[in-house]
Design a protein around this ligand. Structure first.
Ligand code: GLN
Length: 454
């Protein structure tokens, strides 16, 4: 009841939820009470959760914040959310996001931008919460849910977590099932939690992760007790500092934050090692070929026949055109055009194939430092603090917006786990985050180091 009331009071301003399910929440909470009374509590019994609009929730609004999915209520539940409900969690509603998870500011949503609950010192200007999981991050930050699901294709868990002072982890590719999660770029997409602290993130990931025969890329490995890693000593761990992440024009306060993180870990007994990931500079351009290419293929299914919106035309081809013209927003159309271009005959070798080769080189960079005994890498999570809504620079030049992802996309390209943890405030009082990148399926190390930083 308290969360339902908080959402009702604050959501008109923050716009974190695109649909609320207060009656369902109360019914689920009542069932939790009954299980608790019988001593049958699950790991998340009665915990109120917000769900990113990208996850299929049976009989409940699931539209990837897109007009083209108007009215879509799936008849099935995503594996990740089914896992949460099986552990007793309670659903509060569906969270705003960039349309089809394409964006870094939550401004491409059909439902309008999400507002970051944080303000610059002495200013009332609205700031973005980051994206694409901006609704998840804002809702957790503003206490409009106890934790949230999110997804990360190129940074969409870690960047919004960093910009709202919350914790987010993108697990290793294959840790969580993608079944029932609306696909953006299938070889990069992973679900994970956004939470108020490292311990909550560990508890939520334990519940969300599973092997699933319905997603053949999910991995059959036991899911460790992540919570047990929280607070574990980092003594003797070797933490790599990749020199290529010291990018041009990096604000001084980001560099200072990074140095602070290094000092904390050194004081906690970790060994700090300078390392090199030489292909880092190619990650962003390669990502913005691979992700749109996969998106253009995945989004071909929205044709006005099978889901959501249909805008009639004189024949079926015109109906497709009218539906897609009206149903997709500008950024989604831009991605579909880039994606079909880089996959087309004559350009495939020059762009898509080359980007895939670069991806292999990026992956090898990480394999090399891990083979040298590095346990995890420490980097900034974002190149700046939260920026203003409708920032003119970003609006006029999509590449400026894409630069937000400079520290996060390498992790998806290599399939590795990455954790964003709040580490300090900017000069004008906004949250800043650090990123920890781990070895494949060694999320526990990230929870241990993350809890030493937070
Ligand atoms: N900002 C990146 C993009 O727009 C990443 C999005 C994501 O991780 N879903 O593609």
């Amino acid at each position: 009841q308290a969360y339902n009331a908080a959402i009702e009071a604050a959501n008109p301003q923050i716009n974190a939820y695109v649909a609320v399910t207060p009656d369902k929440a109360l019914a689920m909470a009542k069932a939790s009470d009954e299980r608790l009374a019988k001593g049958e509590a699950g790991a998340l019994e009665g915990i109120p959760m917000g769900i990113k609009d990208l996850f299929a929730t049976e009989g409940v609004h699931t539209q990837a914040a897109s007009h083209i999915l108007d009215g879509f209520e799936p008849r099935y539940e995503s594996t990740v959310t089914a896992n949460l409900w099986a552990d007793g969690a309670v659903m509060l509603g569906k969270l705003n996001m960039d349309e089809f998870a394409m964006g870094s500011s939550n401004e491409t949503s059909y439902y309008g931008p999400v507002k970051n609950p944080w303000r610059r010192k002495g200013s009332n200007a609205d700031l973005v919460p980051g994206g694409s999981s901006g609704g998840s991050a804002a809702a957790v930050s503003a206490h409009l849910c106890a934790g949230a699901t999110a997804t990360d294709t190129g940074g969409s868990i870690r960047q919004p977590a960093a910009l709202t002072g919350t914790v987010g982890i993108k697990p290793t590719y294959g840790r969580c099932s993608r079944w029932g999660t609306v696909a953006f770029a299938s070889s990069l997409d992973q679900a994970g939690p956004i939470a108020r602290d490292v311990r909550d993130a560990a508890i939520l990931l334990k519940s969300m992760a599973s092997v699933d025969p319905k997603d053949t890329t999910s991995v059959d490995l036991p899911v460790p007790d992540y919570e047990a890693a929280v607070g574990r000593s980092v003594k003797g761990l070797r933490i790599g500092i990749p020199k290529e992440y010291r990018v041009d024009n990096m604000p001084e306060e980001i560099e200072a934050l990074w140095q602070q993180g290094i000092a904390w870990l050194r004081d906690a007994g970790a060994e700090i090692v300078d390392v090199s990931l030489p292909h880092t500079k190619y990650a962003l351009p390669a990502y913005y070929i691979v992700a749109p290419a996969e998106a253009s293929s995945n989004l071909a299914r929205y044709d006005g026949v099978r889901y959501g919106l249909r805008v009639p035309g004189k024949d079926v081809a015109e109906m497709y055109e009218n539906t897609r013209a009206a149903g997709f927003g500008r950024e989604v159309k831009r991605r579909i055009m880039i994606g079909t271009y880089v996959l087309s005959a004559g350009y495939y070798d020059a762009y898509y194939l080359r980007a895939q080769k670069v991806r292999t080189l990026i992956k090898r960079d990480f394999e090399t430092v891990y083979a040298d005994g590095i346990d995890a890498l420490l980097t900034p999570a974002t190149p700046s603090a939260a920026f203003g809504i409708a920032d003119q620079d970003m609006a006029s030049d999509p590449v400026k917006m894409y630069l937000n992802d400079i520290f996060t996309v390498t992790v998806n390209m290599a399939g590795l786990p990455g954790l964003a943890v709040p580490a300090g405030l900017s000069g004008d009082g906004l949250p800043l985050g650090l990123q920890l990148i781990g070895r494949p399926f060694e999320e526990e190390t990230l929870f241990a180091i993350g809890s030493a930083i937070e």
